[in-house]
Ligand binder design. Sequence first.
Ligand code: ARG
Length: 446
Amino acid sequence: MLHSGLWRSGRCISQTELLADFSVVPSDSDPDRAMRRLEPWKIAVIVVAVIVGLALIIGLITFFLCNDQDRYYNVSFLITNVNYDPQYNRQTTDEFRNLSEGIETMMSEIFKESFLSKRYIRSHVVNLSPDPGGVLASVVLVFKFASADSEATTWGHVNRVLRRRLKTIPTSLDVDQSTIRLTELNKKNGDNLLNNCCGIRRQAFSFTGVERITGGQRAREGEWPWQASIQLDGSHRCGASIISNTWLLTAAHCFRGGTNPRRWTASFGILLRPPKQKKLVRRIIVHERYGNVVVDHEHDVAVVELASPIEFTSDVHSVCLPEASHIFPDNSSCFVTGWGALENDGYSVNQLRQAEVKIISTEICNSRQVYGGAITPGMLCAGYLEGQVDACQGDSGGPLVQANSRGIWYLVGIVSWGDECGKRNKPGVYTRVTYYRNWIHSKTGI
Ligand code: ARG
């Protein structure tokens, strides 16, 4: 029974060792013997326990050292070589965009080429105010720091890099160094500040292997945070856009089923079920001149007031409305989003979808083989003459948006009508938001 190479006590022992074993008086108090009596499975359990324990400790250490968290700062300073322009009062003007873009580019140059380059996320100008010495800028900076880094240390890093690099980098903006104030914002205040700015997308979304189904792709949470669903007796009817925490903008034809606010609700988040938030409707205002003519798509615009304000988060907040005078160039790229059908006469879907479309000039869209003169100044065409990619039934009322050079999203159109979906020479027709900009202001104050 005994032969060399017997496995015992978790190690291989030779016959000589075994013989030596028999030559001594067996005693329970001999620790060596106690060890040898350990069964192989017990050893295995001990080894596994030790490995798990070590892994846990290593995991916890890396969690505390490498777990990144967003940190927000507010920096303000005086720009001395720019005169205040009253247009800086409105964030949606070209003047505001130009100066803000200059400031944001300067901020990214400051941090991108410093040792904080991996930590810097973005900067966002939140206010430009008048000052006898020029323009006072207020900017939110977002960084990702390890949660183990102390607040004082990281504030010191940001402050030092900011002051040192502002002196050395070439920039067209003159910043008065003595006016620089850097304060750390807590997460709640930082989040609130950014979520209350229209048209911001909080994360960067890149196109990573999303599948294409009939011309569109599935949207991810936070990608189109202004998208709302408006529902009649609890079922999805139309899309809508959040333009403030109490107002939605949508299409007038969505209310052919009636305008009794008590039957309507609005939901937010990329899924219809379950939604991120849901609200009751207080009031529905359809354009006065909509529906005066039978089968007419003119003035297809309505605003919806909610019974209680939406709680703005990084996944649910407003889109910017363009100035009435703004021109979105023909051929420029936009995105349309909605829960509408994937094909003509299809069903609505539960997860929001998006499609990239291009603005088509009214001249082309009104040509004989396209819509033969049906496009009025309050409408805008977007899509492709070759078809395939388009909005469809159930997308109505939803947003057609475009990002400006600062990466801020503006509402270009409201999904309105089309001859079927994705048909050749029959692109989507949208309500032109700039055309109704003043009407929207007159009803909502926005
Ligand atoms: N009227 C449709 C609706 O109620 C949307 C039409 C959009 N059609 C199009 N081909 N783009 O949902």
